[in-house]
Ligand binder design. Structure first.
Ligand code: SF4
Ligand code: SF4
Length: 342
């Protein structure tokens, strides 16, 4: 049986053991907020976090990465990071976002850089037990997840249900072999946690189901809300850079001072940034702020869903709401307004 009931002491010993054997990335405190980072010991892990500043996508698509190095004499060489790691403490909405990214990066031109990191990752999801102020995952169907992870941990009372789903998850759980198997009735209690979280993770009241977003956005193309909100926008790009489902990037060559060697790098880019749509000849095909503001929504609610079987590219993490100093980036407010037909 690969579903264990584990007390805190056993969980701590197990995680300490993992940190000695594996490269573990886990959630830790950063001031009064939380961030994923290399984990040295279980005592630093914070499974009670509300939301991380940046999503775990940074470990699959880093803000800056080298794609290849080149040299005038020896030619070029691909650079692919190929090291196994354990990503510990991912919330269900972020796991849902990773699964979307998997589809994006594996269809069409297979992205070897993203997919190699992804294949090297064993992901431990933890059901949310502290709710962040701006989350609305309960409205987006991502407050819990039943597939796609390697291990799922759910806190029930003082103990933890640890559920190994895949071979790599089950193999990590060998360190829990002495812990008792979870009883059927205890496993049933997890459903109550999921139901409870569906209600709790709704800090903003979305009045329109995600399935209606594509049509609403199509009909709302000329809605005055784009201009009205864009007038307050600083084009800082924070809302897209913190988003777990945004994946746009820029590729450029950096040549060394010797003028005979260098690197091709990939860096994050974002459609809310002024120069995102600047092309050759210094032509910017989306230079109006309102067009960029609208594009962000069309991409999340219409264009990306067309590519990935109708899934909306917003998982309701609420990070954009927190990150936007102008207080205009909340998808719930925009979609509710479009639904009112204003
Ligand atoms: S659009 Fe905002 S709430 Fe939705 S997934 Fe992105 S950051 Fe989270
Ligand atoms: S975070 Fe707010 S101000 Fe910055 S680009 Fe996004 S909507 Fe505009």
């Amino acid at each position: 049986m690969s579903i264990k009931r584990v007390d805190l002491a056993t969980l701590t010993t197990w995680i300490d053991g993992l940190t000695k054997k594996e490269r573990v990335i886990g959630v830790q405190a950063k001031g009064d907020r939380f961030a994923f980072g290399p984990l040295a010991r279980a005592a630093d892990l914070r499974l009670d976090y509300d939301v991380t500043i940046l999503p775990p996508k940074t470990f699959f698509q880093p803000p800056k990465e080298t794609l290849m190095s080149f040299n005038k004499t020896s030619g070029y060489q691909s650079v692919v990071e190929d090291k196994p790691f354990v990503l510990f403490g991912v919330h269900p909405y972020d796991m849902a976002a990773i699964l979307q990214m998997d589809e994006i990066f594996s269809q069409g031109t297979y992205d070897v850089h993203y997919m190699t990191r992804r294949k090297n990752a064993t992901i431990v999801v933890v059901d949310v037990y502290r709710v962040s102020p701006n989350v609305f995952a309960g409205s987006m169907g991502t407050s819990h997840i039943e597939d796609g992870y390697d291990i799922l941990i759910t806190k029930i009372g003082d103990d933890y249900l640890v559920d190994g789903k895949t071979m790599s998850g089950k193999s990590l759980m060998l360190g829990l072999v002495a812990a008792p198997d979870a009883s059927e009735s205890w496993i049933e209690q997890r459903k109550m946690v999921w139901e409870y979280n569906k209600q709790r993770l709704r800090k903003h009241d979305l009045k329109v189901p995600p399935s209606k977003w594509p049509k609403l956005l199509e009909e709302g193309y000329d809605n005055p809300i784009w201009e009205e909100r864009a007038n307050l926008c600083y084009s800082c790009g924070s809302c897209v850079l913190v988003c777990p489902t945004c994946y746009c990037f820029d590729v450029r060559d950096e040549t060394n001072w010797d003028l005979s060697s260098g690197e091709r790098i990939r860096v994050w880019d974002g459609c809310m940034l002024t120069d995102f749509a600047t092309v050759a000849g210094n032509h910017n095909f989306r230079k109006d702020k309102s067009a960029r503001f609208r594009h962000r929504y069309l991409r999340k609610g219409k264009y990306v869903p067309t590519k990935i079987g109708g899934q909306i590219a917003c998982v309701g993490c609420g990070r954009c709401v927190t990150a936007c100093t102008a207080n205009i980036a909340n998808p719930v407010e925009v979609m509710n307004r479009l639904a009112e037909g204003e």
